[in-house]
Design a binder for this molecule. Sequence first.
Ligand code: ZN
Length: 556
Amino acid sequence: MKKIFLALTLATTSFSLVAASDTALPDTARLQAMLTRFVPVEITADVSALPPRERQALKKLVEAARIMDTLYLRQVWTGNESLLQDLRGSETPLGLARYRYFMINKGPWSRLDQNVAFIPGVPAKPEAGSFYPANTTKTQVEEWLQHLPDTDSLQARSYFTTIRRGPEGRFLAIPYSIEYHGELARASALLRDASRLTTQPALKAYLEKRAEAFLSNNYYESDVAWMKLDASIEPTLGPYETYEDEWFGYKAAFEAFVGLRDEAETVKLSTLSSALQDIENHLPVAPQYRNTKLGALAPIRVVNAVIASGDANHPVYPFAFNLPNDERVIKDHGTKRVMLKNIQEAKFTQILVPVSQAVLTAADQGSVSFDAFFTHILMHELMHGLGPQAITLDGRATTVRQELKNLYTAIEEAKADIAGLWALQYLTDKGVIAKGSEGAMYTTFLATSLRTIRFGITEAHGRASALQVNFLLDHGAIKKEIDSTFSVDQARIREGVTALTREILTIEARGDYAKAKDLLARLAIVRPDVKRVLDRLTGVPVDIEPRFTTAEELAR
Ligand code: ZN
């Protein structure tokens, strides 16, 4: 999972309006109901600080990003492009609703409703997109793959080839650079134009190398250049995720994110990053469990999205991503995380604020803030690098992940959350973070945690949130009010956060599977009190429907 969308979006399953067995096409009213789950939002980014040449380069990148949309539509289903042409012509209420919902879903199937079709005359959503030949079964491709010599097998399983039938009906691997030659040649030319316009060397290098990759089908060098990229414009364009290939997960779908670096958040991030060893040295855990020398951090960039397209622009909309996916690049250079601040802010305003109004007391609602929310997300990401990782048990070298096995992700997510809160309080006490925002930090955390539990507790983030909320309730750090809402006890919350941080870090340091299992069994559950308040959330939107207005203005 490279795209990160869970923490800000409501559970999709519990919101399905269409049962899997119900195959009747939605009429206008039902389509409208499906659409109201998405709240339209204008996504803007401030381009005023960009010099004219950089702004021109950005415009070229927006054009190139739109090409990724075309390619993605075709990869999802070969019929998508002509269907879209037909839909564009209609002006009836039903036609307009279908067009809008098609644009959201990037096809005629509702992604939040088990891909049920909402337009007449279309087949079921193809499991393997258009990556494999029509009228071919998974078994046929599987058999072919099994009998290929190594070099051919590499090509056949590549992220960047489609499988087609040759003259005698035999399967062939076709490089994307040939399959999608027309569009990729245009995208390549646009990236070259942009590389000539920008004066930022690292950006120039990435754009030149990616322009070359579109034509050569060799993406390695451009992925490496992307890892080194740190510029005012942060573009990511190409084939990346393999979710659309539900047969094998081999074939990468096209997408683009083009963002502008958020300078204020970048400064905040570097302040937090430079405090990490100090935080580690003071973690509330036995001193022998602290890491006296932290390793290098994976890079994090905070940007405001100008445009997202293709596989990066359909429900559930991602608000951060980790790339690249190519294991060769990861082995040599690691991965980079890009956080889309303005997308997070849109989801915060449209989803988390209404959630907080339903689940928190009036007093606590007032202090929920985006700044507190975003700062905690940054700290959460950083905290994954702190605390026990490689550990020694009875002289045996191992890792926390290996010891906690299936429980690891839930425990580790809870650690990043709760130790992140602890760390922000520590930095506030030291004056690294200005005093006065602690109240907002805890109430915003409570609203986020309650909302995350809505995902259900089968998933790591949901389990982690339930564990934290229930632990803090049992410690009197969170209170349940008579009207069923929740509030933070500001006098007791620090103590509760510290106690849970200690407990989780100790479990990790000892690789204590039995304790982890016990903790999760007792606390990673949805208690009736919590369920009652979550049941009030039916009217809250499921996701945003972004409209990239800065990109539209640039294109004009
Ligand atoms: Zn995490």
